[in-house]
Design a binder for this molecule. Structure first.
Ligand code: GTP
Ligand code: MG
Length: 459
């Protein structure tokens, strides 16, 4: 390949039982031979894909760490290059020291995602599969993991390749017709472009529809809990998390810093943010906090507005509601367990203007199941349930599919308007290329760089 040999620590930094230094490239074996002393025998006579016990030794013969080393000869490796993995003890110092020795022998420190990039460039994974590696790592729920793994196994890629294949078949017939013009045949070809094009368009749109749910599974929904001080926002966060994460007291203004946690709702990661209570204040520090909350509301996918049944509606509540605009939100009347309720449902419903209003008790857990059900329903828009028809989770893939759809539409429209089939052929080819961006068959160098930069080092 003529590529240099790269190395990196592939496990997270911190204390752990083991940590791994990974080396990939044609020099991997040579480099590790110089620093590894096998306990028994020369090390290559053990063959490929075997673990060897021994020590990493520095230039002066001092033992750095006791390790297990695996040598994996190409092509059956993650990068399709020779790979050596050194299993050290999992502490920052031994790992750094071993990595330094590897680099001193001529390896270069890997860039983020470079192992996966090589896996792609060497044809071991296509681009969609390589991208799913990072999704597997970052999965927050079992459902998002399931989708990421299916992508890693190539399910999305297979679907895209199938579409590309059919498109190419169509294109071949159109081009044959361009090369050997025949008026009757041209009409038939036009009909074929319309029919096959419509079918491809339908399936492309189907994939795009699934993508919104896919994004939600992959990235989660950012949800913000707001309300005036002391209404029970932190109590609600704790109840949804089923643990005491945020401090709860009867003193207004308890929460000062924003707290963010992930809750799993039917497989969807819900990123919940607990905020400082919103109220009119002269205190400058508090003002900053309140301002920040306003900003976060703007960025959130969903707002949970908490009202306090024990204290009734206040001017501040009305101001908050006013500021919500048309943000997706659910109104929660908390403390339904108190004897003396000072809020009645119809007042809140009037303010809610069609948005969902629920009675809850963060302390007793009342209404939480209903709340979760409602959130799931809102996010999924009632169209999808479960992960079965989710193939697309990545925004980049969705954009490529939207481009595909546009080019297909242009081709079909063109034929309807009577443009020559060679014009339609250009649109069909563009559609084919847009699909190729997903699997990487038609991808540019700087796009590749952008994609892999998002990875962590050592992957
Ligand atoms: N009876 C009753 N009390 C509740 C309920 N939820 C919260 N509280 C009480 O209300 C008080 C305030 O709760 P927090 O969760 O700290 O309220 P907060 O909105 O986070 O308050 P700040 O962080 O100060 O803005 C505490 O004394 C809680 O015990 C509930 O469902 N029922
Ligand atoms: Mg709080």
């Amino acid at each position: 390949m003529g590529e240099d040999t790269i190395a990196a620590i592939s496990t997270p930094l911190g204390e752990g039982g083991i940590g791994i230094v990974r080396i990939s490239g044609s020099e991997a074996a040579e480099i590790s031979k110089k620093i590894f002393k096998a306990r028994r025998g020369g090390w290559l006579n053990k063959g490929s894909h075997r673990l060897m016990y021994g020590h990493i030794v520095d230039g002066t013969g001092v033992i750095v760490d006791e390790v297990l080393l695996s040598y994996m000869k190409e092509p059956h490796t993650y990068t399709r290059e020779d790979v050596v993995e050194i299993n050290c003890h999992g502490g920052i110092v031994p790992l750094r020291k071993v990595l330094e020795l590897v680099l001193a022998q001529g390896a270069r420190l890997a860039e983020p995602g470079e192992f996966s990039k090589r896996a792609f460039l060497n044809g071991r994974l296509d681009l969609a599969q390589a991208e799913s590696v990072i999704d597997v790592i970052r999965s927050k729920t079992e459902s998002s993991l399931k989708i990421a793994v299916s992508q890693l196994r190539g399910e999305l890629s297979r679907k895209i390749l199938e579409l590309q294949d059919r498109l190419l078949g169509l294109l071949a017939r159109v081009e044959a017709n361009i090369d050997f013009p025949d008026e009757d045949l041209e009409i038939a070809t036009g009909v074929e472009i319309t029919i096959t094009g419509e079918n491809l368009l339908m399936e492309t749109r189907e994939l795009i529809r699934g993508a919104e749910a896919g994004r939600v599974y992959r990235e989660g929904i950012s949800t913000i809990i707001i309300g005036r001080p002391n209404v029970g926002k932190s109590s609600l966060l704790n109840a949804m998390l089923r643990e005491d994460r945020a401090i709860v007291t009867d003193i207004p203004g308890t929460t000062r810093d924003v707290i963010e946690e992930v809750v799993n709702i039917k497989g969807i990661p819900l990123k919940i943010i607990d905020t400082a209570g919103i109220h009119e204040t002269r205190d400058i520090i508090e003002k900053i906090g309140v301002e920040k909350t306003r900003e976060m509301i703007g960025r959130a996918d969903l707002v949970l507005l908490v009202l306090d049944a024990a204290r009734g509606l206040a001017q501040e509540d009305l101001a908050i509601i006013e500021n919500l605009g048309d943000k997706k939100s659910i109104f929660l009347i908390n403390k339904v367990d108190v004897e003396q309720k000072k809020i009645n449902l119809s007042d809140v419903e009037e303010l809610a203007k069609g948005r969902t209003v629920l009675w809850i008790s963060a302390e007793k857990g009342t209404g939480l199941a209903e709340l979760e059900e409602k959130i799931y329903e809102m996010v999924m828009g009632g169209q999808l349930s479960g992960t079965d028809n989710v193939l697309v989770t990545n925004v980049r893939h969705k954009i490529a599919l939207e481009k595909t759809a546009l080019h297909l539409e242009d081709a079909i429209e063109g034929i309807k308007r009577g443009v020559p089939i060679d014009v339609a052929a250009i649109d069909l080819r563009s559609a084919w290329e847009a699909l190729g961006e997903i699997t990487g068959s038609t991808v540019t160098e700087d796009l590749l760089d952008r994609i892999f930069k998002d990875f962590c080092i050592g992957k």
